[in-house]
Ligand binder design. Structure first.
Ligand SMILES: Cc1cc2nc3c(=O)[nH]c(=O)nc-3n(C[C@H](O)[C@H](O)[C@H](O)COP(=O)(O)OP(=O)(O)OC[C@H]3O[C@@H](n4cnc5c(N)ncnc54)[C@H](O)[C@@H]3O)c2cc1C
Length: 507
C-alpha cells in the first residue's frame, strides 16, 4: 500500500470541512445544505457551539448592533427581548438555529484543527485535528477573527498570586464582591463589564491606554405586544430589519468624511459632559484622535460607573505586576486581588492561518507576509478550494458582521456552482484578480478615518495596512461579490486519477 493509499483509506473524507461553529461556520453549513451538499463536517475545538457568543460570558456582554439586524436574514427571531440582546440570548439563538437546520449531527466537538495542507494529487485538504484526520475537497476557515484573546505579557505577571483572566474566559468561580480589581484595557468588552462589577468590588482600578469614543446606547426592552406582532407578521420584522440596516449605513458617512466626523465627535463629547462632572476625569476620558479611527463604543452606564467613589481611572498601562499588586506607569503601587484583561483579540494574526498550508508547505501567514489579503475578501491565490470567513477586509466598524458573512456565503456558493458546472476539482482566484481586488479595497480605504491622520488601531496589521475593515457601504460589497466572475478564477479539471474514496456520511 502506498503512502497515498493509506492516506485516503485511514481518514474520514467529506466534501466540505468547516472549521468553527460561530455565526460563520453555522451559516456556511446551512447554505451548503440548502444547496444539497450534506457531506460536510464542522470541526469545533470547544465542547459547545457558538464561538464569540459561547466564550464571552462576562457580565453585561451584549451585541452592539440591534439584534433584528445582528442575526441571520433567513432565520429571523421574533422573540428578541431587547433591541441589543444579551449574550445568553444570542448564544441560545445560535443553538436553536443549529438545531432547526439539522446541523448538530455534522458538528465534531473537541476537534481542534492543528494543521491543514492542500494535496494537489488528490485535490483535497488533509486536515489534522486533535481527534484524528480528515480529508476534504473544500475547506471553510471560519475560525473567527475575534476568537483568540490577546493578553499582554505584563512584566512580573507570573509572580501574581491573585486571579488573572481575560474577559473572553471569565472566571465565574471567582466572587468579586469586596475584592480589589485591576481592569486592563477600555475596549468594547471592558466598557460592558466595568459597570456590572463596579457595584460589587471594593476598589476598581481601570487602566486606560487610550480613551474610547463612546456614544449613547439606544436600547429598550421589546414588549410582548411587539414580539407577538413579529410572530404573526414576519414581513413587519423584515421591514424593521431593513430600517435598522439603512440607519446603520448612515453611520458610515462620518467615517468617510472628516467634516461629519466632527459633528459625531460633538455628540459624543456632549454624552461625556452629561455623565462626568469632574473636569479632571473628563479630561482623562476625552479622546485625542478622530472618532471612528478605533471602534466607536456604545454605552450609557460606563461613564457613570467611572464616577463612583470606588473607581480610579489610571492613564497608561501597567508597568509591573507584583505578588499582590500592580504598579502603573505613574509608579504608584495598587494592591489588587484580581486582574481582568479587557484587552481584546488579535484579528490580523489569526492562529489558524499559521497552520493552513499550500501544497508547497507555505502557510497563509507566510503568504500574507503580515498583511492578510484575499480575493473578494474570501479566496486566496495559491490556496485552492479554501474560503476564509470572515476574510481580510470584510470586518466592519458600523454595522452587522452577519450581513457581510451572508454576502461572503453568496460568493462561496457561486464558486462551488462554478466548480460543478466545469467539473473542476480545484479552484483558486487568479493572482492578478486578487491583486486588483486589494488595490480596489486600498483605494476605497484611502482618506477614511481608519487610515488618515496616522491613527493607530487594532484594525491595522503589522505592515500598517488596514486589512481588517471593509471601507465602504456593505451593499457595495454584496453587489461586488454576489456574482462570481468566472475569468477571475483558475479552474483545474477534476483529476481522473485522484483518489475518490466514498465519502463518510455526516448524518
Ligand atoms: C464581545 C463581542 C461582541 C461582539 N458584538 C458584535 C456585534 O454587536 N455586532 C457584530 O457585527 N459583531 C460583533 N462581534 C464580532 C463577532 O465576533 C462576530 O459578529 C461573529 O460572532 C463572529 O463569528 P465567527 O463565526 O466568524 O467567529 P467566532 O464566533 O469567533 O467562531 C469561531 C469558532 O471557531 C472555533 N475555532 C477557532 N480555531 C479553531 C481551530 N483551530 N479548530 C477548531 N475550531 C476552532 C472557535 O472555538 C469558535 O467556536 C462581537 C465580538 C465580541 C468578542
Amino acid at each position: 500500500m502506498t503512502g497515498r493509499d493509506r492516506w485516503t483509506q485511514d481518514r474520514t473524507h467529506v466534501r466540505v470541512a468547516i472549521v468553527g461553529s460561530g455565526f460563520a461556520g453555522l451559516g456556511a453549513a446551512i447554505r451548503l445544505k440548502q444547496a444539497g451538499i450534506h457531506d460536510l463536517v464542522i470541526l469545533e475545538r470547544a465542547r459547545e457551539l457558538g464561538g464569540t457568543w459561547r466564550d464571552n460570558s462576562y457580565p453585561g456582554c451584549a451585541c452592539d448592533v440591534q439584534s433584528h439586524l445582528y442575526s441571520f436574514s433567513f432565520a429571523p427571531n421574533p422573540e428578541w427581548s431587547h433591541s441589543f440582546s444579551r449574550q445568553p440570548e444570542i448564544w441560545a439563538y445560535l443553538q436553536r438555529v443549529a438545531r432547526d437546520y439539522g446541523l448538530l449531527p455534522h458538528i465534531r466537538f473537541d476537534h481542534e484543527v492543528r494543521d491543514a495542507r492542500w494535496d494537489d494529487a488528490s485535490q483535497r485538504w488533509r486536515i489534522e485535528t486533535t481527534r484524528g484526520e480528515y480529508g476534504a475537497s473544500l475547506l471553510v476557515m471560519a475560525s473567527g477573527a475575534l476568537s483568540d484573546p490577546a493578553v499582554p505579557r505584563l512584566p512580573g505577571i507570573e509572580r501574581f498570586e491573585g486571579r488573572a483572566f481575560h474577559s473572553a474566559c471569565w472566571d465565574h468561580e471567582l466572587d468579586l464582591r469586596g475584592k480589589r480589581v485591576a481592569v486592563i484595557g477600555t475596549g468594547a468588552s471592558a466598557i460592558q463589564f466595568v459597570p456590572e462589577i463596579q457595584p460589587l468590588v471594593e476598589r476598581l482600578h481601570v487602566f486606560q491606554r487610550t480613551p474610547p469614543w463612546i456614544i449613547p446606547r439606544h436600547d429598550r426592552p421589546l414588549g410582548a405586544f411587539e414580539r407577538a406582532l413579529f410572530r404573526r407578521a414576519p414581513a413587519l420584522q423584515r421591514v424593521l430589519r431593513g430600517w435598522i440596516y439603512l440607519r446603520r449605513e448612515l453611520l458610515l458617512v462620518p467615517f468617510r468624511h472628516a467634516a461629519l466626523a466632527r459633528l459625531a465627535e460633538r455628540m459624543a463629547l456632549a454624552h461625556l459632559r452629561k455623565a462626568v462632572r469632574d473636569p479632571a476625569l473628563r479630561r482623562k476620558l476625552t479622546p485625542s484622535y478622530r472618532i471612528g479611527c478605533k471602534r466607536v463604543l456604545i454605552s450609557n452606564d460606563y461613564y457613570p460607573a467611572l464616577t463612583r467613589p470606588n473607581v480610579e481611572v489610571v492613564t497608561g498601562t501597567v508597568a509591573e505586576v507584583r505578588a499582590r499588586s500592580v504598579v502603573g506607569e505613574d509608579g504608584v503601587e495598587r494592591p489588587v486581588d484580581a486582574i481582568i484583561f479587557g484587552t481584546g483579540f488579535q484579528p490580523t494574526d489569526q492562529p489558524l492561518a499559521h497552520h493552513v498550508r499550500a501544497a508547497d508547505g507555505r502557510s497563509l501567514t507566510d503568504a500574507w507576509g503580515g498583511s492578510p489579503r484575499a480575493y473578494a475578501g474570501t479566496t486566496v491565490a495559491g490556496f485552492p478550494n479554501l474560503f476564509v470567513l470572515p476574510g481580510p477586509n470584510t470586518g466592519l466598524g458600523h454595522t452587522s458582521v452577519v450581513y457581510m458573512l451572508e454576502a461572503q456565503l453568496e460568493h462561496v456558493m457561486g464558486v462551488v456552482r462554478l466548480m460543478d458546472q466545469h467539473g473542476a476539482g480545484a479552484v483558486e482566484p487568479r493572482a492578478e484578480a486578487e491583486a486588483a481586488w486589494v488595490r480596489e479595497v486600498d483605494r476605497r480605504m484611502a482618506g477614511t478615518v481608519w487610515v488618515a491622520g496616522g491613527c493607530r488601531s487594532w484594525y491595522l496589521d503589522a505592515t500598517g495596512r488596514n486589512s481588517t475593515l471593509w471601507p465602504d457601504h456593505t451593499w457595495r460589497y454584496r453587489r461586488r461579490v454576489a456574482r462570481v466572475v468566472p475569468d477571475d478564477y483558475v479552474l483545474t479539471p477534476a483529476r481522473r486519477d485522484a483518489d475518490q474514496p466514498a465519502p463518510a456520511a455526516a448524518d
